[in-house]
Design a protein around this ligand. Structure first.
Ligand code: HEM
Length: 153
């Protein structure tokens, strides 16, 4: 069996177990970023960097297809992009809150759990990356918090 065939088989198994489809990913991504763009804490971070939401949403659909269905559609470096952002634990908590609410609204529970489990793990690793970019090594379970001026506490 080739690598591509193996991957297709894994994707098929996830689809069978969770019911996740590309159409569901598209609804989740669009629904989630509609919330993000109305959110007082997160919207300014995105507004400062994203001019054209079309390509970003497409990129995020490819990302979630790779993460949730193992399709390999996404080729990017999220860690590098997030390390430069002015974000900390509070942003990650809010991001996850909105993501989890959207997944619960739009997806059957097995699918929602599959997305949420992966989102939590990736958020934790991005938070560690953001902290290390500021010279802070987080211990297990530790969170990264900046003070009002944006400096590390
Ligand atoms: C604190 C919460 C977060 C904020 C404020 C945030 C913000 C952003 C912004 C502004 C960009 C665009 C960066 C650029 O193009 O220069 C971006 C890209 C991205 N974000 Fe986040 N993000 C957050 C959390 C997450 C989490 C938890 C995930 C994954 C579960 C994620 C996945 C991605 C991906 C895949 C990209 C695309 C990177 C690329 O262009 O290839 N983000 N994010």
């Amino acid at each position: 069996m080739t690598g591509a065939e193996r991957r297709e088989q894994i994707t098929a198994q996830i689809v069978e177990r969770t019911g996740i489809t590309e159409a569901m990913i598209e609804r989740l991504v669009h629904g989630f970023y509609a919330k993000v763009r109305r959110d007082p804490m997160l919207a300014p971070v995105f507004d400062a960097r994203i001019r054209d939401w079309g390509p970003h949403l497409e990129q995020m659909c490819a990302f979630w297809s790779s993460v949730a269905l193992m399709t390999g559609r996404y080729h990017g470096t999220p860690m590098v992009k997030h390390m430069k952002l002015p974000i900390d634990a509070a942003h990650f908590d809010r991001w996850l809150q909105l993501f989890e609410a959207t997944a619960a609204e739009l997806c059957p529970s097995v699918a929602a759990e599959h997305f949420i489990d992966r989102a939590r793990r990736i958020a934790a690793s991005l938070e560690m990356g953001v902290a290390s970019g500021q010279g802070v090594m987080l211990g297990v379970g530790e969170r990264y918090r900046r003070n009002e001026a944006g400096a590390v506490q």
